[in-house]
Write a protein that binds this ligand. Sequence first.
Ligand code: PLP
Length: 408
Amino acid sequence: MATINTNFLKLQSNYLFADIARKVANFKDSNPDSRVISLGIGDVTRPLVPAVVEALHKAVDEMGDAAHFHGYGPEQGYAFLRDLIMENDYKARGVNLSPDEIFVSDGAKSDVGNFQELFAPDSIVAVTDPVYPVYVDSNAMAGRAGDMAGKQWNRLVYLPCVRANDFVPDFPKTRPDMIYLCYPNNPTGTVLSRAALQGWVDYARREGCVILYDSAYEAFIRDPDVPHSIYELEGAQEVAVEFRSFSKTAGFTGLRCAYTVVPKALQISDGKGGKTGLNALWNRRQCTKYNGCAYIVQRAAAAVYSQEGRSQIEGVIRGYQSNAALLSAAVKEMGLEVFGGVNAPYIWVSVPKGMDSWGFFDHLLQSAALVCTPGAGFGASGEGYVRLTAFGSPEDTEEAIRRMRQLR
Ligand code: PLP
């Protein structure tokens, strides 16, 4: 009989969102007249901007025309998009990359989940805590996380990010091979300053680690001291892979387009005393397992860099940022401590004394018909916090704030 990869049996079912849905359903059954507002959604709600829709229509017409039809495209993405990414997201910020260091894909989730395949099965992995669960689970599937011991995996190195360290992870006692960093952070909404991120780049260079840098929320950065790309830091091309996405930048969650940067300067041990480049290996991996992001989607992504696209998208992001600012102020008025929400669409709220994160979730639901995400669902260090998101409509955000004020 065939045997499965037993690492899959070690995975915890992800009860977080199922538990939230069950509690919300029970509340609605008992309170059929109250309108529940979710401040827990991690998906965007505003539609694609007109410049993107126009590019999509045009590309669809091309696909129906024999003279302009596109079949399989390059696995790494079309040159027109890789060039635009290189020019606008990097060169414009003083970062020199060549287009063949940029790999276009159908999502940062798949890239971030797949990238671990390039590392030895016994590599030591460090993750921040609380954490976007994909980093943990993809390594657990590959056997790198070990076994669950209580609420944590016994082979992972956890880097707590809490109020006490200002949400800046400390260097670990155990030297990891791979370090996942996500900034602006999901779920805490916090960022690393240039100096703090340089510290991590220097650490990785000194210790021979690779940083897997997820910057899916880069478009929300407003503070000039916060780097948009890890490659703005000295030496980062030797130690870091960067994941970016059009999902939150331009509302592509349902369209699917992202990219991953693997600099040619990034070399790791070949296990035989020499070195090997991750760029060539990721290219090999993608060419074997992936057939490229849809042509029409890449044309839509290219429109994000047009003048109209850029200003239309800025308007949408500003709307979400305004929701975040209003929500943060309202929560502060409730007397609670608030983190994030300035350079990110996520607001991390410290729950009232005497409550845990599920207790505060229940309180908001029962007393104000508001849904948040309990921080404990993102890891042990998330206990004591809840996550609010700014992706709702302005009307729902206003109504949520009105209800919060009545709670005081
Ligand atoms: N990375 C982080 C930190 C995220 O929060 C998300 C989505 O919520 C993703 C990646 C997924 O991005 P994509 O939609 O490109 O797969």
